[in-house]
Design a protein around this ligand. Structure first.
Ligand code: NIG
Length: 413
């Protein structure tokens, strides 16, 4: 029986496919849902939908959770078109280009940086992203890292301190690591809840990365690691050792790395599905970056098969992945990384939320869960111009985002 009308509510009905990404992995046909304020208050068959103050007819098209994009570097000036062109002509990616962006970023005004970062967020939202992380990392001195953190906090949902992105020219690596672990960390602390380190040849070695992670953990930050991007190395092992929420890139994994990540989730299915159980380290794969740098694609299939939860993220930055497009990442994960459509959408929604520890509500600061469609979760949704999520891979490159709701408010469409 239809229930009583709900005040200030919106009914989205006639949904052809509702991919919930909830713990039961439900995909409902001929479904409806009700948004009340910022939350989802009802989900069920369209025929049983309650009345509401406003009605949106999905016309048989698909509804999914909004994308949760858990890895980006949005605060930067300039671009690196020339470096990209050189790479497409055969030059390999080396992290040295970060210094070019550091220069352009330092030369930009606060207003310019904020405006550019906002434009990138708007671009992401227009493609279905409803929750997004950004790192610092193109300031690389105390003043400019503080500024990046402050600007990132104005435009992104989660901010990560990445002072350990590259050792700037003229610095001794160990002395710069001291700066990151001391004055720089103190300067950014009011704006950040996460810390990251680029643990890679040419960036920070194992000992330096360990120092950064230990200092940031002691300061109360959650941890993430850029690891195993340009070659095998200690990134994954360090992430596991420190209980990082995520290790990102993962292009060069050894069997021991996969086993170590799987070990953080215990045997069998990912424990991360169950609120309150011990959470391990999510494997965040960045397909747009892999293609743009011509690295081997991260082994997302192998990781999932080993029981490691996978997230997909856009990694918007001017060096390795100048895109905000989560649909592109999902399409690539299906067409080239061996994921099913359901797995790829899950990695780009629930997986990203898990990597940011936002997959359940009632967490540290009382946020609502994001990344899945369930009663009580934040109403972050996207309506596709397609009857099923399969069309994301079946019609690659076609803009299929018809409407987007963020915290219950329609922001696109
Ligand atoms: O996540 N790998 C390190 N950091 C960025 C790229 C930085 C750059 O080249 O500007 C990334 O891909």
């Amino acid at each position: 029986m239809p229930s009583e009308p709900i005040k200030t509510s919106e009914l989205i009905t006639n949904i052809g496919e509702l991919m919930t990404q909830d713990p039961e992995h439900r995909v409902l046909r001929d479904a409806a849902l009700v948004l009340e304020g910022e939350r989802i208050s009802w989900i069920g068959p369209a025929a049983q939908a309650p009345a509401a103050d406003a009605v949106t007819d999905a016309a048989g098209q698909a509804v999914l959770p909004g994308w949760v994009d858990s890895h980006n570097h949005l605060v930067f000036g300039g671009d690196r078109t020339a470096e990209f062109e050189a790479r497409m002509s055969g030059q390999s990616y080396a992290a040295g280009g970060i210094a070019v962006t550091v220069g352009a970023t330092r030369e930009s005004s606060d207003a310019q940086l904020e405006s550019l970062a906002r434009q990138r967020v708007v671009e992401a939202v227009s493609q279905g992203t409803t929750y997004l992380e950004s790192k610092t990392g193109y300031g690389l001195d105390v003043e400019h890292e503080r500024r990046s953190a402050r600007i990132a906090a104005r435009v992104a949902d989660e901010v990560t301190f990445l002072g350990a992105h590259l050792v700037p020219a003229g610095w001794d690596a160990d002395e710069y690591t001291d700066l990151v672990c001391g004055p720089m960390l103190a300067a950014v602390r009011p704006w950040v809840s996460w810390a990251d380190v680029f643990c890679e040849r040419g960036a920070f070695d194992e000992a330096q990365s360990r120092r950064v992670l230990a200092a940031c953990q002691a300061a109360g930050l959650g941890l993430r690691v850029h690891g195993n991007q340009l070659g095998p190395g200690p990134g994954v092992r360090l992430a596991v050792e420190f209980g990082a929420a995520s290790v990102d890139h993962l292009n060069y994994l050894e069997d021991g790395d996969v086993a170590a990540l799987a070990g953080t989730w215990g045997a069998g299915a990912p424990a991360g599905e169950l609120p309150g159980t011990g959470l391990g380290t999510v494997a965040t794969c960045l397909p747009a970056c892999d293609l743009s740098t011509r690295q081997p694609l991260a082994p997302a299939r192998r990781l999932l098969d080993a029981g490691v939860p996978v997230a997909l993220a856009a990694n918007c930055n001017p060096g390795t992945s100048f895109t905000t497009s989560m649909p592109y990442c999902v399409t690539t994960a299906v067409l080239q990384m061996g994921l099913s459509v359901h797995e790829a959408v899950r990695a780009a929604t629930w997986g990203g939320a898990l990597a940011l520890r936002r997959h359940v509500g009632e967490d540290l600061d009382g946020h609502r869960a994001v990344g899945s469609i369930a009663v009580g979760h934040r109403a972050d949704l996207q309506l596709l111009a397609a009857p099923s999520a399969t069309h994301l891979a079946y019609r690659p490159g076609v803009p299929l985002t018809r409407a987007v709701w963020r915290a219950g408010r329609q922001v696109v469409g």
